[in-house]
Design a protein around this ligand. Structure first.
Ligand SMILES: Nc1ncnc2c1ncn2[C@@H]1O[C@H](COP(=O)(O)OP(=O)(O)O)[C@@H](O)[C@H]1O
Ligand SMILES: [Mg+2]
Length: 395
């Protein structure tokens, strides 16, 4: 079977979804697929087509959100020569091309209201006219639509026609987000590891148990697409390395950092919290980058044991190990101070995140992009335990 017609997943939710998809595939019923971005809407639409009687005919995907509204109508229904400025030739639309095949209308929630009227007629009668023509054309295209929008809200706000919505969702299939799919996360990760090992001719050394735990706990806002991209960058950028939580964290944080740049910072409270979390994550990443750099510097300089200060003092092993190499330069003060303030920054970030999450450790760990275990360790190390524990709420 072709990759595009396979749905990977063994969770109960996915098994049920596959069963439903196979049930509807053999019919011509209109299907509305609902799911977050990257959750596999395209994959599911292709799966339905590939398992239908139309499998050997065209599957035509149309992204209604990516085509400017003025052009969408002529793209879907075609146009006659001279119908508008620039229409130098008559052209077939996607509906005509999908005759006896399947048309996949992605991001259907973005379809302009004027186009929706015409589209409703096509669903009901199969008939439409090219732009600039009054002649009716008939197309036997099976319609699959998809959206990541809350369609009830779009209907309530009058951005989407109610009659069209109910007509479209003759069958509605909801794809669960990746974070709700349990061990499918690992199954998919494994599949992508194999795929990219072959593609890039790299051997993957594996994930540490803590890193696996992190994969299972991460909320995957970009769903399977995000997981797939993560695996590819881990393979390519961390060549043949055993993946620890620290390495994983760095890659996940970079994704969050990028997201916080492209996200529209709408002024809702939720978004503000998101921005705070992103900043904390970013700050934490910078601290960890500097730490790594310093650690690397220490490792590449031999340390004379005799120069080590009294290790019974209450300094962290990291600080202790670093000090001699700076003292060698006769300038201990900056090193000590830098480290001190880095710890303070980290402590402050964690305390703030704990406050923002009302002491809920699971949420805090997610927000900071670290494992809960690491969070507990840091809370203990920084003596953050008492005040926050008393206000902890259950998730
Ligand atoms: N069940 C699945 N098994 C394997 N790969 C999948 C699965 N679902 C999605 N993918 C992969 O994840 C990425 C995003 O899927 P896609 O269908 O484009 O998501 P959406 O259309 O919901 O944004 C694609 O690379 C796709 O191949
Ligand atoms: Mg898609």
């Amino acid at each position: 079977m072709k990759r595009e017609s396979t749905i990977i997943g063994q969770s109960v939710l996915i098994s049920q979804l596959k069963q439903l998809a196979l049930q509807v595939a053999g019919t011509d019923i209109t299907v509305l697929i609902i799911g977050e971005t990257g959750s596999g809407k395209d994959v599911l639409a292709r799966f339905i087509h590939a398992n239908s009687l139309r499998a050997d005919r065209s599957f035509i995907p149309v992204n209604c959100g990516a085509i400017p509204s003025g052009i969408l109508e002529s793209e879907l229904f075609g146009h006659e020569k001279g119908a508008f400025t620039g229409a130098v030739q008559s052209r077939k639309g996607y509906f005509e091309s999908a005759d006896r095949g399947t048309i996949f209308l992605d991001e259907i929630g973005e379809m302009p209201l004027e186009t929706q009227v015409k589209f409703l007629r096509v669903i009901e009668t199969g008939e439409f006219q090219r732009v600039g023509s009054s002649e009716s054309i008939y197309s036997d295209a099976r319609i699959i639509a998809a959206t990541n929008k809350n369609m009830y809200q779009a209907v309530a706000e009058k951005n989407f026609r109610e009659d069209l919505f109910y007509r479209l969702r003759s069958v509605e299939i909801q794809i669960p987000p990746l974070r709700e799919r349990g061990r499918d996360i690992l199954l998919l990760a494994e599949t992508f590891v194999h795929e990219f090992e072959q593609k890039h001719k790299i051997l993957f050394a594996g994930f540490s148990p803590d890193a696996v735990e992190m994969l299972m706990r991460y909320p995957w806002p970009g769903n399977i697409r995000e997981l797939r991209n993560l695996i590819e960058s881990l393979l390519v950028l961390e060549k043949e390395k055993y993946i620890t939580p620290e390495i994983l964290e760095r890659h996940l944080v970079q994704r969050n950092r990028y997201k916080s740049l492209v996200h529209d910072p709408a002024r809702s409270e939720k978004n503000e919290l998101q921005i705070i979390y992103s900043s904390i994550i970013q700050l934490r990443q910078e601290v960890s980058d500097i730490r790594q750099l310093l650690q690397h510097l220490v490792q590449t300089r031999p340390i004379t044991p005799l120069l080590l200060p009294d290790t019974s003092a209450s300094v962290s092993p990291f600080t202790t190990a670093l000090r001699p190499s700076f003292e060698e330069n006769g300038d201990p003060a900056p090193a000590k101070e830098t480290l001190h303030s880095l710890d303070q920054i980290e402590r402050k970030s964690i305390a703030e995140a704990l406050d923002a999450c009302q002491g809920n450790k699971r949420k805090t760990a997610l927000a900071l992009g670290i494992t809960e275990r690491t969070l507990y360790r840091k809370i203990k190390a920084y003596g953050l335990h008492e005040p926050h524990d008393s206000i902890e709420k259950n998730p």
